[in-house]
Design a binder for this molecule. Structure first.
Ligand code: C2E
Ligand code: MG
Ligand code: MG
Ligand code: MG
Length: 288
C-alpha cells in the first residue's frame, strides 16, 4: 500500500515492507563505500581432481566483512551490487586480486572465478579479463570463469560472441549450478563449455533419491560425450564422494575436503590435499 506524495515520492505504510526496504537501503549505501573502505576479501575453496586424487585448484569466493552486520554472504549483496551498477568495479577487483594470488601457487593449480550475468554483459568485460591476466602474468590456461545459465537470458548471440572471444584468449569457461537454470541443453549445443559444475542440490540428493541419481549420471555422461569436464559441488559426505567417483565425475568440491579459507591458509591446504584426501575418521585412526 503505497501512496503517491507529490512528484515521484512514494511513502510506504506497510511496517514489514518498510523494515526490509530500510535494511536494503542501508546495505546499498554501505555497499557503495565498502570497496573504498577495504571491506571485501576473497576466500578460496579447494577443487579436487578425482582421477589424480589430489587438489587441482581453488575457487575464489567473495566475502564482505561489514563493520556492524559481520559477514554478509555474497547471495545477499551481489544482486544489489548488480542493480546499483557496482558489479563492474567489484568484479574487476575480484579478478585482479584472484589472479595476483593464483600466480603464486604451483603451476598445476587452477583458479576458478565467478562472473555474474550483469558483469558478463558489460562491453568492457573482456578487457577486464585481459588486463587482469596481463597485470598478474597468470597463464590464461589456469583460469576458469564460472558463469551461470542466467547469462543466456539476455541476448544469446552477444553472449555467444563474448564466450568465443574469451575462449580465444585461452581462458576456460565453466557452467556453474548446472541443472538449476532452464532448458540447459540448448546452451550445450551452441557453445563448447570446458566444464559443467553439477549443482549441489543434485549432489546432495544423489545418494538418496533415484531422480537425482539419474540426473547426475546423465550429466556426467553428457559431459564426457561432449568433451567437457564434470565437477560435483557441495560434497559433504564420504558417501557422496564415493558415489561421484564411482559415477566417473572428474572433480569434486565441498565442505568434506575444505570450507572456503582465507589466503593465509592456502599453502597449508595445498600441502594437506596434494597427496590425496583422507576423511577425518581415517586421519584420526592414523594419528591415534
Ligand atoms: P557458487 O559459485 O555456486 O559457489 C558455491 C557456494 O557453495 C559457495 O557459497 C560455497 O561456500 C558453498 N559451498 C561449498 N561447498 C559446500 C558444501 O559442501 N555444502 C554447502 N551447502 N555449500 C557449499 P558462497 O561463498 O556463499 O557463494 C554463494 C554464491 O555467490 C556463489 O555460488 C556465486 O554464485 C556467488 N559468488 C561468490 N563469489 C562471487 C564473486 O566473486 N563474484 C560473483 N559474481 N559471484 C560470486
Ligand atoms: Mg561458482
Ligand atoms: Mg555453484
Ligand atoms: Mg550459486
Amino acid at each position: 500500500r503505497a501512496k503517491m506524495e507529490g512528484r515521484g515520492t512514494w511513502r510506504f505504510f506497510e511496517p514489514a515492507m518498510d523494515a526490509s526496504l530500510q535494511r536494503r537501503r542501508a546495505i546499498e549505501l554501505d555497499l557503495r563505500e565498502a570497496m573504498a573502505k577495504d571491506e571485501f576479501s576473497l576466500f578460496y575453496q579447494p577443487l579436487y581432481d578425482l582421477h589424480l586424487d589430489r587438489i587441482c585448484g581453488f575457487e575464489a569466493l567473495l566475502r564482505w566483512h561489514h563493520p556492524k552486520r559481520g559477514l554478509v554472504p555474497p547471495d545477499q549483496f551481489i544482486p544489489i551490487a548488480e542493480e546499483i551498477g557496482l558489479i563492474g568495479p567489484l568484479g574487476e577487483w575480484v579478478l585482479d586480486r584472484a589472479c595476483e594470488q593464483a600466480v603464486t601457487w604451483p603451476s598445476e593449480m587452477k583458479l576458478a572465478v565467478n562472473v555474474s550475468a550483469v558483469q558478463f554483459r558489460d562491453p568492457n568485460f573482456i578487457d577486464v579479463v585481459v588486463n587482469a591476466l596481463a597485470a598478474s602474468k597468470l597463464s590464461p590456461r589456469r583460469i576458469e570463469l564460472e558463469i551461470t545459465e542466467s547469462v543466456f537470458l539476455a541476448n544469446s548471440s552477444e553472449t555467444l560472441a563474448t564466450l568465443h572471444k574469451l575462449k580465444a584468449q585461452g581462458v576456460r569457461i565453466a557452467l556453474d549450478d548446472f541443472g538449476t537454470g532452464y532448458s540447459s541443453l540448448s546452451y550445450l549445443r551452441s557453445f563448447p563449455f570446458d566444464k559443467l559444475k553439477i549443482d549441489k542440490s543434485f549432489v546432495r540428493d544423489a545418494t538418496a533419491t533415484h531422480g537425482s541419481k539419474s540426473i547426475v549420471r546423465a550429466v556426467i555422461s553428457l559431459g564426457r560425450s561432449l568433451g567437457m569436464t564434470t565437477i560435483a559441488e557441495g560434497i559433504e559426505t564420504v558417501e557422496q564422494l564415493d558415489h561421484m567417483r564411482a559415477e566417473g565425475c572428474n572433480e569434486a568440491q565441498g565442505f568434506l575436503f575444505s570450507h572456503p579459507v582465507p589466503v593465509t591458509e592456502i599453502a597449508a591446504k595445498i600441502l594437506e590435499l596434494r597427496n590425496g584426501f583422507k576423511p577425518a575418521a581415517v586421519k584420526q585412526a592414523m594419528a591415534g
